[in-house]
Design a protein around this ligand. Sequence first.
Ligand SMILES: Cc1cc2nc3c(=O)[nH]c(=O)nc-3n(C[C@H](O)[C@H](O)[C@H](O)COP(=O)(O)O)c2cc1C
Length: 211
Amino acid sequence: MDFARLAAERHSVRRYQPGLTINDAELQAIFHLVQLSPSSFNLQHWRFVVVRDAARKRELRGLSFGQQQVEDCAAVVLVCGRLDAHEDAASLYAHAPAELREKFVPMVAGVYAGQTGLQREEAIRSGALAAMSLMYAAKETGWDSGPMIGFDAAKVGALLALPATLLPVMMVTLGKALDGLQPARLFRRPLSEIVHLESAQGATLADRQRP
Ligand SMILES: Cc1cc2nc3c(=O)[nH]c(=O)nc-3n(C[C@H](O)[C@H](O)[C@H](O)COP(=O)(O)O)c2cc1C
């Protein structure tokens, strides 16, 4: 599917065909695309916890204000971000040419060591980019998705045994939308409101007819 169509056809799905399963090969096809996402210093802060077990999805639904899609989907993916990803710079850059390694390993330490606020921002930034990739990769491979932050992060973290260094960024449900229940595209603010040229106070980009 070309990107224009992918972007147009991705919706946040809340009504899935219940009882569908997604197998390891299908997850591999999705996550091989997701792992190409960008991250600061290529630290790849993301980690994913995939829940397919029906009883566990039911428990997650209970921790998500009862949102039905959490139980009906084929898989719930908890997208997480590592707070300590910078500590792996040496092993990550072991794969890189020496000149990159010598430049970036000390730079990563200098930027992130002790900077808990920045570590948290990066975990969320990288996790959010990966979550977007996940939704497009799912669509590309025939699956619908829905991002969610409406859940009790502390309880979900405990249920899924997250270590303290792993921050829940968002849930993404994966499944197939019930026929005819694709939500309508919600209102989007016009380009003339959201895109400023040259500075935040600059002129805005004119709207054109969508292709
Ligand atoms: C970070 C984030 C959290 C969201 N949390 C929820 C949620 O808990 N429940 C839900 O039904 N939709 C949730 N959504 C979906 C949004 O409502 C949806 O993206 C938005 O209305 C635009 O619709 P669209 O994704 O179909 O274009 C969330 C989206 C994002 C990006």
